[in-house]
Design a protein around this ligand. Structure first.
Ligand SMILES: Cc1cc2nc3c(=O)[nH]c(=O)nc-3n(C[C@H](O)[C@H](O)[C@H](O)COP(=O)(O)OP(=O)(O)OC[C@H]3O[C@@H](n4cnc5c(N)ncnc54)[C@H](O)[C@@H]3O)c2cc1C
Length: 418
């Protein structure tokens, strides 16, 4: 379905990228996501699974390096990144997350692009076309979920809150011990991890570092793929580290920059979650619009009943509002040394809540068919529920965002005053 874009300045390139991504989402992602949704977590990642067809095609098209900065990636503008990401997530939120986290180790490697990191990490990933190099983001731990994302909140500096995954410097190597949670996206299939681990537990969660860990090293093991209700096409699982040794240069960020770098990363990922939410809400709106044209009740198509027109308009409103704030927050915070994470949190809360609310409303509009596996709506609904927790629960992000807002309010009002 072709919709207006409120941005009248989209270039021919922007539109071509959008069309290309939409075609891939419609022809490849939607059908594969449906198949995967009905498989067990083990079947999803088995060698013969269509998941690998999707990953290989995505890598061939270069979608795994959308976020990589120049000179390594596709050289897309931040706006183009959001346009492509929205189309892909319209095809499937779970599969889009799989592709997105795949670049995390290489993306963060760009923070410290020393020769060995470029040669061993960044270049092989960008050149990969068969999905044999897959990254993941190891942040959450079994005992620490929200604790890990509440940067600049007093809890983040509470020394009594101690991380479970730690690294210690021994000579020229960092030695890693501990565990990351079963929520790590691509956790059981990844070849590399962008590991956020503790270097100094006396600083609470703020005493962290960011490392690249090749997952074929001695001492790494993985758990079972996680079974869950939403985004079932996304592999997730635990990673264990038992005296895993990495070169000193693979620790990209130390405790001095950790909190700010995490905030910067979250400013990008939470805004992207807003984009994914927009896409999911849009998919549910479009399904509803088509269904309402065809389903006849009370002697006429649903769409001719005034309350249905109003419901469809409210859905459209949610999609459009979500797109505007998500794009704006991503564009503002991308490559901004001092991010305004509160705007990315607004984007995540708006976009993902819109996804959930539009999906709930869509199920009602579909009536009994909304509950049936024959229609896409029930899958979108389950995927949207996962989004409310993914990359930080909306509630704890709002708590952290409220704290930032109060702290930064003079800065914000100063910046924008006229
Ligand atoms: C689909 C999906 C993909 C994910 N991908 C990744 C990934 O790639 N890598 C990774 O590391 N993690 C990943 N996660 C994990 C995700 O970041 C965590 O689930 C999230 O941060 C919430 O943590 P938790 O599940 O431990 O919940 P908890 O932190 O235990 O929170 C439970 C409840 O308590 C509330 N709460 C928590 N703390 C406070 C507080 N201080 N004050 C008041 N209320 C509070 C929360 O809002 C929530 O409602 C993913 C999760 C999902 C669902």
């Amino acid at each position: 379905m072709d919709f207006l874009d409120l941005n009248r300045n989209l270039s021919e390139d922007d539109i071509a990228l959008k069309k290309g991504a939409h075609k891939f989402a419609k022809e490849v992602m939607r059908p594969i996501a449906k198949e995967l949704d009905e498989m067990s977590p083990r079947e999803v990642i088995a060698p013969e699974s269509p998941f690998w067809d999707f990953m290989r095609k995505g890598y061939e098209l270069g979608y795994h390096k959308i976020l990589m900065p120049p000179p390594f990636g596709l050289d897309l503008t931040p706006l183009q990144q959001t346009i492509v990401m929205e189309e892909l997530a319209w095809g499937s939120a779970g599969l889009t997350v799989a592709l997105t986290v795949s670049c995390f180790h290489a993306f963060l490697g760009c923070l410290n692009p020393e020769e060995d990191i470029v040669k061993n990490i960044i270049t092989p990933f960008c050149d990969c076309t068969d999905a044999s190099i897959i990254g993941c983001w190891g942040l959450t731990e079994p005992d620490h979920g929200s604790d890990t994302v509440m940067t600049h909140h007093p809890l983040f500096h509470d020394p009594s809150i101690k991380a479970q995954c730690r690294a210690a410097l021994e000579g020229d190597e960092w030695v890693i011990n501990g565990q990351k949670a079963s929520w790590v996206s691509c956790g059981t299939i990844a070849s590399h991890c962008a590991l956020f681990c503790s270097l100094d537990n006396s600083m609470g969660m703020a005493g962290g570092g960011i490392a690249i860990v090749p997952l074929d090293l001695p001492g790494v093991s993985k758990g079972e793929p996680l079974n869950k209700i939403g985004q079932r096409d996304l592999n997730q699982g635990e990673i264990f580290f038992d005296n895993v040794r990495i070169p000193k240069s693979y620790m990209l960020i130390g405790t001095d920059l950790y909190e700010n770098m995490l905030e910067l990363t979250l400013s990008m990922t939470t805004a992207l979650m807003g984009v994914f939410g927009t896409a999911c809400a849009r998919a549910a709106f479009e399904e509803s619009l088509e269904y309402a044209k065809e389903r006849v009740q009370g002697g006429k198509p649903l769409i001719e009943h005034p309350n249905i027109k109003m419901k469809l308009f409210r859905m459209f409103q949610q999609v459009e509002v979500s797109r505007q704030i998500s794009r704006a927050a991503y564009l503002y915070n991308k490559d901004n040394e001092v991010p305004a994470e509160e705007y990315s949190i607004v984007a995540k809360l708006q976009g993902t809540q819109a996804a959930f609310d539009v999906c709930c409303e869509a199920i009602m509009l579909f009536g009994g068919n909304g509950l049936s596996k024959e229609y896409l709506i029930e899958k979108l609904f389950r995927d949207a529920k996962a989004m409310l927790i993914e990359d930080g629960s909306n509630e704890s992000l709002a708590i952290a965002g409220g704290h930032k807002l109060i702290q930064h309010y003079p800065r914000i009002s100063g910046q924008h005053s006229i």
